[in-house]
Write a protein that binds this ligand. Structure first.
Ligand SMILES: [Zn+2]
Length: 190
């Protein structure tokens, strides 16, 4: 059973539809932004009012990376966050995925991945995406928000400055938000 089917089964069809719509919308009134009570809410409103980023269904590569982690620890019963770095080589026309995750809610420090990335960037690879997943507890209907936390925003900026990251991706298993590095400064960070 896929993550999407499992979630539908847990929430029921109607609630599933409402929750997915609420999390993925980019049509909230832009006035909501001035009502944000903190940086996390501001970051979410930037996406949900459509000011920043593009929300679309999860794609095949993202689903493959997420499913790799979910075969180890199912997201709905043992939630974990993974990191993925996706590099592309123009001449080889190949993608390379660097993946880090554990049995813990937070991903491990990506030092090993970044060391390898450093070497690869020096020989023609380009860091096109950073991908990670968000989830929520059962009390909040499981589905993760499609916006960067304060820590995420800070991390994206570092990746842009040091590794020339082009886009950040955050997925909740149903939708993914794509954020261009030129928009990273709009988000609140630590
Ligand atoms: Zn995050």
């Amino acid at each position: 059973m896929s993550f999407q089917d499992s979630l539908k089964h847990l929430l029921g069809d109607e609630k599933f539809r409402i929750v997915v719509e609420k999390i993925s919308t980019q049509e909230l009134d832009s006035n909501m932004l001035s009502n944000a009570v903190d940086g996390d809410e501001k970051n979410a409103f930037l996406i949900n009012t459509g000011q920043v980023g593009h929300v679309r269904p999860i794609n095949a590569l993202e689903a493959q990376v997420l499913n790799y982690q979910l075969t180890r620890y199912p997201l709905l019963s043992h939630p974990t966050e993974f990191h993925g770095f996706i590099a592309y080589h123009n001449h080889l026309k190949k993608y390379r995925v660097y993946f880090g995750a554990s049995d813990q809610p937070w991903p491990p420090h990506p030092d090993i991945l970044l060391n390898q990335l450093d070497k690869d960037l020096a020989v023609g690879w380009k860091l096109v995406y950073h991908l990670h997943n968000h989830y929520e507890p059962v009390t909040n209907d499981y589905l993760g928000i499609l916006a960067p936390s304060l820590a995420d925003a800070e991390y994206f900026r570092m990746l842009s400055e040091k590794y020339d990251l082009e886009n950040a991706l955050i997925t909740n298993g149903i939708h993914t938000v794509v954020i261009d590095s030129g928009d990273f400064d709009q988000f609140d960070s630590h």
